[in-house]
Design a protein around this ligand. Structure first.
Ligand SMILES: [Fe+2]
Length: 233
């Protein structure tokens, strides 16, 4: 019994030793790989290191940017990154608004609207609008800055009303936000085209196309004509 236990223990220890050696070897390889990337003579990708990379505690995340072989001028990329972060603030605010509508709406057509708001939150959320815009920021060598604090300080949407209940009122609130986003997108697309960043313009046009489709879907849920949109600030 004792020797069987000892054998089993030895076997376990041997397995742990093999696994541990594998882990160390894997990490050694990983470190060698990253050393290559950082080495000055390590080829073209050695240049793709952060321009601002001292002690992380000293780095202002708002200014962290990366070198890239993207041929757009640095000045254009900086402007586009700032522009796109602002749009991200609107989109993420809108994403959370559609979740609030999904959770809080009540009324006779509850199920239809509850499910529709869920679908809207999927479209303006992590898999679609947000991801398209955020990845463009990264492509341009920028950093996605949209902390909750950044969103609160930079959104152009009105604060979502917390005193509404009926599904129709949530539809109206979300349609108002969609309109604000569309207006901002139109301006941003014009700015991107003026700076000859046709890819950013095209990505934003994709967001605008989807936003206008959802604006139609929102409006189609209400039987009565919508109230006039409130004037934009
Ligand atoms: Fe849900």
């Amino acid at each position: 019994m004792g020797s069987r236990f000892r054998n089993a223990t030895d076997e376990c220890l041997a397995k742990i030793r093999v696994a541990s050696d594998c882990f160390v070897e894997r990490n050694r390889k990983r470190h060698r790989f990253s050393d290559c990337l950082a080495a000055p003579a390590g080829g073209a990708f050695a240049r793709l290191t952060p321009q601002v990379a001292p002690n992380p505690s000293e780095v202002d995340p708002m200014s962290l940017k990366y070198e890239t072989m993207n041929p757009l001028p640095q000045e254009t990329r900086d402007k586009m990154v700032a522009l796109l972060n602002g749009i991200m603030a609107d989109i993420l605010d809108n994403h959370y608004q559609s979740l609030l509508a999904h959770w809080n709406a009540r009324g006779s057509n509850f199920i239809a609207l509850h499910e529709f708001f869920d679908r809207y939150a999927g479209c303006n959320g992590a898999d679609n609008w947000c991801d398209w815009v955020a990845e463009r920021i990264s492509q341009l060598g920028g950093t996605v800055n949209t902390t909750v604090q950044f969103i609160a300080a930079n959104t152009s949407l009105k604060e979502y009303p917390m005193t509404i209940t009926r599904g129709e009122d949530h539809v109206h609130a979300l349609a108002t936000s969609a309109r604000t986003i569309i207006v901002r997108l139109r301006g941003a697309i014009a700015e991107a085209l003026a700076l000859q960043d046709n890819v950013t313009a095209s990505i934003l046009a994709d967001v605008q196309r989807s936003a206008e489709q959802f604006l139609w879907l929102l409006e189609a849920h209400v039987v009565q004509p919508l109230r006039s949109p409130e004037p934009l600030a």
